[in-house]
Design a binder for this molecule. Structure first.
Ligand SMILES: [Zn+2]
Length: 268
């Protein structure tokens, strides 16, 4: 699942390649993933439009059109962007393809869980999970003070709160585990049990870990980002392995299909 570091890098790569370019034609290959309108309306709404910018907003990627409006994509678990040579035939996993003068941008999703919208007039009400979200986890204005103040309004297990987009946006299952390792806090603790020093440590670990991984992702090409190789992760997905901080054994718990990894020595 792409999270904030990957999505910022993806938006940057898409911008470099497609800003100022005209969508000569568009095709929808998997209508299930297009929400809020028919594929025909989606296609006619974007054909001949110029991409003005590509941005990310939490877990969404936006392809903004120079005439107003945006293609809004929530990649969920398996949505991927790929650039191909113009004229390539559609592949089985393509959701939609955008034909530019010399390039083809394909958006694929092997799990068919993505949600793709065409938003006009800044009306995001149809986009599931877009409104009512918190600030981005790396937003400049998300100060330690604001983080702590927002944190107090939530209840439950700390990992669930960190990945709750209504609290802050951009953190998913993998980076939450990484952040909690560096903060030294167990994922299943209730946030009401954290003392002031632990809350501050959590904020700092979140900013440090996400900034570091964003820096790494920014060096990757769109193709590399589509492969989503995360061999650099310290603890997530490493159950039974060795904790890089203490040399102890990494624990693993799976709940609701989501895996959580943690170190019983480093995290309290
Ligand atoms: Zn450890």
């Amino acid at each position: 699942m792409p999270e904030l570091p990957e999505l910022e890098a993806i938006a940057t790569r898409l911008s470099e390649r497609f800003n100022g370019k005209r969508i000569e034609s568009a095709d929808v290959h998997d209508a299930l993933v297009i929400h809020g309108m028919t594929p025909d309306r989606f296609i006619s709404g974007i054909t001949d439009k110029v991409i003005s910018s590509c941005t990310n907003d939490g877990k969404f990627v936006l392809l903004n059109l120079s005439t107003g409006g945006s293609i809004v994509i929530n990649p969920m678990l398996a949505g991927r962007f790929r650039v191909a040579d113009a004229g390539r035939k559609p592949l089985k996993r393509d959701v939609f393809t955008l034909q530019f003068h010399n390039d083809l941008l394909s958006y694929t999703d092997s799990k068919r869980m993505s949600r793709v919208y065409l938003v006009v007039d800044d009306d995001f009400s149809a986009v599931k999970g877009f409104e009512g979200r918190g600030p981005s986890a790396l937003a400049d204005n998300l100060t330690e003070g604001l983080f702590l103040e927002r944190f107090k309004r939530f209840r439950g297990h700390i990992k669930n709160v960190l990945t709750n987009q209504r609290f802050i946006t951009g953190i998913g299952n993998a980076y939450a585990d990484e952040i909690l390792l560096y903060a030294g806090i167990l994922p299943f603790r209730r946030i009401s049990t954290l003392n002031a020093a632990e809350s501050v440590r959590l904020y700092r670990a979140m900013r440090d870990v996400l900034s570091r991984y964003r820096k790494m992702m920014m060096k990757r090409t769109l193709t590399e980002l589509a492969i989503e190789k995360r061999d650099f992760l310290m603890i997530h997905g490493k159950g039974g392995g060795i904790c890089p901080l203490c040399g102890g054994r990494i624990s693993e718990v799976t709940a609701n299909r989501f895996r959580t990894n943690y170190c019983q020595t480093c995290q309290k």
